[in-house]
Ligand binder design. Structure first.
Ligand code: HMG
Ligand code: MG
Length: 342
């Protein structure tokens, strides 16, 4: 199937999003068979976590909180806030507990946090978490560098974490990094990624997320991986896609995912991001670029472009760097006047 037609920007001439926020992010999903214009997808914001975990210049907890507030104001309803990992491994997120406790609750927003082990789960629980993401990969080499375990060992470590989280009624995601390519071992056969996804689902995650950790995928690979995922019996409303935009293919990959029927896409406001254990990983797909694309396609998502741009300017200013995303530089577009809008 094809996705809905529309002039880019036509659904939101002022940069406003296609629908209001609400708790839709956490509820919406897609069925298999391709998203049509008018349908709704989830944008899963990873800026505060993936965006900030690799920054040379750490930013203050108060600035992280303000960034997240701006993301909420922009209509984003799933915001991966931080990680309960070793502060020695990722000092940028050492303030995870203080940050999570300070976040605005009650606006229908889900704030998942990364958790690698039981220790991380306990810290998350003590800080008021109610949604977690565990993270492994399709390759042992990457997983060893990232969390000091093989894939098998990581799944063993996640079992009690996911069991406890389920007993607490928490939402649970499982990442499969290096789903399209590994910085240590090269090409990754799609069946490896699907196999790990199946094992994560067997451990009780609500959703699996395939990560293009170093940004090497192209749309044919996305289509192939999703077809194999479906063949393995996994409905695509339990699948999310996480593209780093290292080589400029992230938006094309999103379109491939939309056409296949995926209903959740990760993005990072300001286009920041990268994994400290993935040499060559650049920023995530920028949320503002994703929002512009979805608006133009007539796919609803609940975020507001002007609000996302405000958050992007805020965080990149705090990081001391220019806003380098495409839409961050060009602005939105008003089809009435033909002019860019800030
Ligand atoms: P380790 O050193 O093997 O763990 O680290 P350990 O069990 O031997 O413990 C060593 C020390 O760490 C101990 O402290 C533990 O208490 C402490 P010490 O006794 O030496 O003072 N420790 C912890 N402290 C706080 N929170 C914890 C925790 N666990 C142990 N949860 C570990 C193993 C997993 C902890 C470490 O390797 C780690 O934290 N790695 C971080 C990896 C990471 O955050 N990577 C980036 C995120 S993944 C990503 O970006 C990819 C993604 O975006 C998708 C994609 O792009 O594909 C999700
Ligand atoms: Mg990532």
């Amino acid at each position: 199937m094809t996705i809905g037609a529309g002039t880019p920007g036509s659904s939101s001439p002022t940069g406003a999003g296609s629908t209001t926020g609400g708790a839709g992010g956490a509820e919406a999903g897609s069925t298999t068979g391709g998203v049509l214009g008018g349908e709704r997808v989830r944008i899963y914001e990873v800026g505060p976590r993936d965006g900030l975990q690799n920054e040379a210049r750490p930013i203050a907890t108060e600035d992280k909180r303000r960034f997240i507030e701006l993301l909420v104001d922009a209509g984003l309803r799933e915001i991966e806030a931080t990680s309960f990992v070793s502060p020695r491994a990722v000092p940028q997120l050492a303030d995870a507990g203080d940050l999570l406790r300070s976040l605005p609750r009650g606006r229908g927003v889900r704030f998942p946090v990364l958790v690698p082990n039981v220790h991380g789960l306990e810290r998350a629980e003590a800080s008021g978490a109610d949604a977690i993401a565990v993270f492994t990969a399709a390759t042992d080499e990457f997983t060893r560098h990232n969390i000091g375990m093989t894939v098998d060992q990581s799944l063993d470590a996640f079992a009690p974490v996911l069991e406890r989280a389920a007993s607490l009624g928490w939402w649970r995601r499982g990442y499969v990094s290096t789903a399209f390519g590994c910085p240590y071992t090269g090409a990754v056969a799609p069946e490896r990624a699907v196999g790990v996804a199946l094992r994560l689902l067997g451990l009780g995650v609500d959703e699996v997320c395939f990560g293009d950790t170093i940004g090497v995928a192209v749309p044919s690979q996305v289509r192939d991986l999703l077809a194999r995922t479906l063949d393995a019996g996994v409905p695509l409303d339990r699948v999310a896609l996480h593209f780093h935009d290292t080589r400029g293919t992230a938006l094309a990959n999103v379109v491939a995912g939309l056409e296949a029927g995926v209903g959740c896409f990760d993005a990072s406001t300001g286009g920041t991001g990268g994994c400290p254990y993935a040499p060559g990983a650049a920023g995530n797909l920028a949320t503002e670029d994703l929002v512009y694309l979805l608006d133009g396609l007539g796919v609803q998502h609940g975020a507001d472009l002007a609000g996302v741009l405000a958050a992007a300017r805020f965080v990149t200013e705090r990081l001391g760097r220019p806003l380098s995303s495409k839409v961050g530089q060009a602005g939105g577009w008003d089809p009435e006047t033909g002019r860019a809008v800030a």
